[in-house]
Ligand binder design. Sequence first.
Ligand SMILES: Cc1cc2nc3c(=O)[nH]c(=O)nc-3n(C[C@H](O)[C@H](O)[C@H](O)COP(=O)(O)OP(=O)(O)OC[C@H]3O[C@@H](n4cnc5c(N)ncnc54)[C@H](O)[C@@H]3O)c2cc1C
Length: 398
Amino acid sequence: MNSKRKVLISGASIAGPTLGFWLAKYGFEVTIVERSRSLRLGGQNLDVRGAGRAIVRMMGIEKEILAANTGEIGLQFVNRNNEVEAEFPAEGANSFTSEAEILRGDLVNILHEHTKNDVKYVFGKSITSIHQKPDKIEVTLNDKESELFDLLIAADGVRSTTRTLIFGDEPELKFAGLYNAWFTIPRMERDTQWARWYTAPGSRVMLLRPDNHGTIRASFSFLSDDKKYPNQSDREQKKVLKDKLLGAGWEEDRLMKEIDDNNEVYFDGISQVKAPRWFDGRAGMIGDAAYCPTPLTGMGTTLAMVGAYLLAGELSRRDRHEDAFAAYEKRMRPFVEKVQKLPPGVPWLAHPKSKLGVSIVNTVAALLASRPVRMVGQLFGNKEKDVTKDEIELPVFD
Ligand SMILES: Cc1cc2nc3c(=O)[nH]c(=O)nc-3n(C[C@H](O)[C@H](O)[C@H](O)COP(=O)(O)OP(=O)(O)OC[C@H]3O[C@@H](n4cnc5c(N)ncnc54)[C@H](O)[C@@H]3O)c2cc1C
């Protein structure tokens, strides 16, 4: 029914290639345009849970994902002297570390490997304008080349510029008042297979996680209402990070040095995307571009994969894209709204201002760790709330 409908997807990370995988399987002709010159492989661990896990199983990549496990054995809360205050081993569905814990870059690579023969990838380009016609959508790239497609789907992340081309400023970017920097640093002798979480006064958190590449994935987050940082240059952003790190203690000196030396510090404000519509005419959006839930939920990857699977499936079953978009949105929106609900106190609870606040966080963590049900997520996000595949129906579309 759908053979050779031409679809352009913007963004080659998680949502875009997953959508490409399924659309190609259903006989669509798919092109993915990615702004970077090659796949962007940075970032820390992503976890694939519940419905996301069911989808990777259907895609035949679950074993590869499990084999690429980071090797993290759990989470430790440490104090300024690197003494362990609380410990959450990686066991059971409620732990911070999940069974299918994979580096973002490894997952991006796996998805690319499994789509590159059926999907056309165009790197180093992005969309600069779109023109919706009754029977096609005309898309122009930054090399001035234009091409007609049947559909255009933006899957280019929380700061999607394609989204703006389609919807203007209608979608809302709801800033959580939290900034996060992710970067990869060399492993040292004192690093273990535990993720180590350090809460510093001044609403700052450092998190060091081991990986399966012999390096350490560092993250540094802090509370701030200042909205200018995302528009600053890399140099200015590094200065902001170093200023914020000052006096934090623990691995402060190590991170300071690494920020200076590192060319791939991914720094952004943590924001949710709230959009009243996900489609307009022949164009639409999925993944973080459409409904970023923030990394605080631990559900960005699952939402991106579920959205891609359902959208491709609905398109495969219906001739009219309008009907497919409506059917998809009906399934997907309640799930997105549920996931986007942050528990009360997140992210402020995990980023206390004072020394007293820090000791409270560590004490509460220790208390939670000592209980049989280790609900660390209740304090630090709703990651523990494992959204099982039963919470959203995943029809088989074949
Ligand atoms: C470099 C990087 C590191 C990340 N690190 C983490 C992390 O450590 N922890 C975490 O929880 N989440 C991280 N994320 C976000 C995480 O990948 C997403 O929340 C989630 O997996 C949903 O993915 P997505 O495909 O919707 O969007 P994203 O993963 O954000 O991917 C968007 C893709 O679109 C590309 N792109 C952007 N603008 C354009 C454009 N105009 N034209 C074409 N392509 C464009 C980007 O280069 C990227 O490849 C990171 C994202 C990126 C891009």
